[in-house]
Design a binder for this molecule. Sequence first.
Ligand code: DX5
Ligand code: ZN
Length: 211
Amino acid sequence: MIKIAPSILAADPINLERDVHRAEEAGCDWLHIDVMDAHFVPNLAYSPEVVRRLKAVCRTPLDVHLMLDHPEQMLDTFLEAGADVLTVHAEIDANVPEILKRIRHSGALAGVALKPGTPFEAIRDYLEKADLILAMTVEPGFGGQKLDGRVPEKIAQIQKSGYNGLIEADGGIYENNLPMLAEKGLTVAVMGTAIFGATDMRETIERLHRI
Ligand code: DX5
Ligand code: ZN
């Protein structure tokens, strides 16, 4: 069954606790938390303190996506705050394999993310260090965008490579394109608008789980 990870970027920030509890009661598998520094991406989003407070009130694993130029400076902070999955981007100017090693060493799952235009080859040398590959299906930064048509083939390529970790996609995923992504090998779907904008969240997640 595909794991459904609602992205809290699409939740109501002043009613975050209410919204994450709605998502948990509706049967989500993970909660996806975007962290943005206004440099790596042109937007700002959730701080370590928000992760720490969510950890205290949520029973669902927290999937933290770091869109930062220098995630290596914030790893310990987000791990201590309670990230269960911590993902950094392959495009940064830092030692990504070393970062993945540090995340894994803490007991969390280590993820590496690729922007839509970054080829799978960029991470081939250190695949065994990643528990999860996040193939961004939109340019990171904002919710509500359209899925980039180049990415499904990249997901198929990751699966065909024999990679046996989790394959996650993030951005522009809805009920109508999830079956296609699942067929390519997707195992975790991050969905913001499609979940928090649903009229019946529970029914929506139930249908998504049947895909
Ligand atoms: C985009 C974020 C996504 C975003 C997805 O940079 O990483 O998590 O919230 O939102 P939707 O599902 O609305 O495209
Ligand atoms: Zn994300």
